[in-house]
Write a protein that binds this ligand. Structure first.
Ligand SMILES: [Zn+2]
Ligand SMILES: [Zn+2]
Length: 418
């Protein structure tokens, strides 16, 4: 089966060649042919596409990326890249040491897949039932490996060291924090990463300083009353009434308590209470998420929701248990790197657009709590959104991403201020 997939992998054309030629012509006055830029040749591109398809065919979910890790280890070692001896069950960290002295920066790719049954009709379709690379992390992994290859072949141009972090468990927002605890950021001055962006064309990179992705909070309120007969409610304390008032009242927090120029959303997504039609239940659980872009909004919403839950419960004689989980901070791009990121994109002949923030979370944010970093949108021209069972992407983006990260590393390391 393994060989069969590889055979099919070789037979597919690169569908985005036209698009890249168009961008090249559009940017012909820029440094497309500049010898100083690292470029991926045809041979490397087909190898990276093949590797991405192998990863795609054998997806593994969070903290179970054993085969993916073993595969990566083999690929890195075959290229003579030094794998660092961190104590990791899944995920792998390697380094390219430049010939010239300088600081260390990191490039990060996430490696995990999702518990989704693939519906995309591709020749390298998932061979694992109920699992799929539906977020494009196979593309991220292949591309950062491509950047590593380019850097490894050009050590004479590197002023310092580039650490390559292949991170597990992004989808459950635990991998980055776990790797940070393992010490993978020690000695690293800055970190760079990306996510594919379905609505951007291949060859276009979305760039923005400041907040790019929302902070993510998860809440669970359990309203407790006194259960009883549905026909005798005055002898009960009805938690369904309390929970219903709560669900409606929290929406006014956004309009009345949050600064007009801040961005926030409260979504209640799960309510559980009662089992039948003629019994008032003893408790009702209300669960959901808050997404914010400013810490002030994040703190205010948490405070107000807790206050309203308590006041509403007390007013009816009930109680409330509150479980509040601040899952992820914002992805916050350090403006000091914006110039290098834009310059690298343009000098390679690719297009820069202003990145649109999204309310999804990304655990890259944890690294940025420790060291500065910059996260970009990599155009991938997908007809389907992330996590869709039909998700696919244009593999032309592998060339763009590999070249972008290799050259960005060179540029950032040349800057003595990091
Ligand atoms: Zn995802
Ligand atoms: Zn993702």
């Amino acid at each position: 089966m393994y060989v069969g997939i590889e055979q099919k992998i070789h037979s597919l054309p690169d569908v985005s060649e036209k698009r890249l030629n168009f961008i090249k012509n559009k940017n012909k006055n820029k440094k497309w042919n500049d010898e100083s830029m690292l470029k991926a040749n045809e041979e490397l591109i087909s190898e990276l596409i093949e590797k991405r398809r192998i990863l795609h065919a054998y997806p593994e979910t969070a903290f179970e990326e054993y085969e993916t890790t073993a595969r990566k280890k083999k690929w890195l070692e075959t290229e003579g890249l030094s794998v660092l001896p961190y104590d990791l069950e899944t995920g792998i960290v390697a380094e390219v040491k430049g010939d010239k002295p300088g600081p260390t920066i990191a490039l990060r790719a996430d490696i995990d897949a999702l518990p989704i049954e693939e519906e995309a009709e591709v020749p390298f379709k998932s061979t694992v039932k109920g699992k799929m690379h539906a977020c494009g992390h196979d593309f991220h992994t292949a591309s950062i490996f491509g950047a590593a290859r380019l850097l490894n072949e050009n050590k004479d141009k590197i002023n310092g060291t580039v650490r390559l972090i292949f991170q597990p468990a992004e989808e459950i927002a635990e991998g980055a924090e776990w790797l940070t605890e393992k010490g993978v950021l020690e000695g690293v001055s800055a970190i760079f990463g990306m996510h594919n962006k379905p609505d951007l064309p291949v060859g276009t990179i979305g760039i923005k300083s400041g907040t790019l992705m929302a902070s993510v909070d998860r809440f669970k309120f359990t309203f407790k009353g006194i259960g009883g007969h549905a026909g005798i409610p005055h002898e009960a304390i009805d938690p369904i009434i309390i929970a219903s008032q709560f669900v409606l009242s929290v929406q006014s927090i956004i309009s009345r308590k949050i600064d007009l120029f801040h961005n926030a959303v409260i979504s209640i997504t799960h309510i559980r209470g009662g089992r039948t039609w003629n019994v008032i239940p003893g408790s009702v659980m209300v669960e959901g998420t808050v997404r914010t872009f400013q810490p002030e909004a994040r703190d205010k919403i948490k405070e107000e929701m807790r206050k309203q839950a308590r006041l509403l419960s007390e007013s009816q004689g009930g109680e409330v248990d509150i479980d509040w989980d601040e899952r992820m901070p914002t992805v916050y791009n350090d403006s000091r790197f914006e110039k290098s990121v834009k310059q690298t994109t343009e000098e390679l002949g690719y297009s820069v657009v202003e990145a649109q923030p999204v309310a999804g979370g990304e655990d890259f944010a944890y690294y940025q709590q420790t060291i500065p970093g910059f996260f970009v949108w990599m155009g991938s021209n997908s007809p389907y959104q992330w996590h869709d069972p039909k998700f696919t992407l244009d593999e032309g983006a592998i060339k763009v991403a590999s070249e972008f990260f290799a050259n960005l590393a060179l540029t950032v390391l040349q800057d003595s201020s990091i």
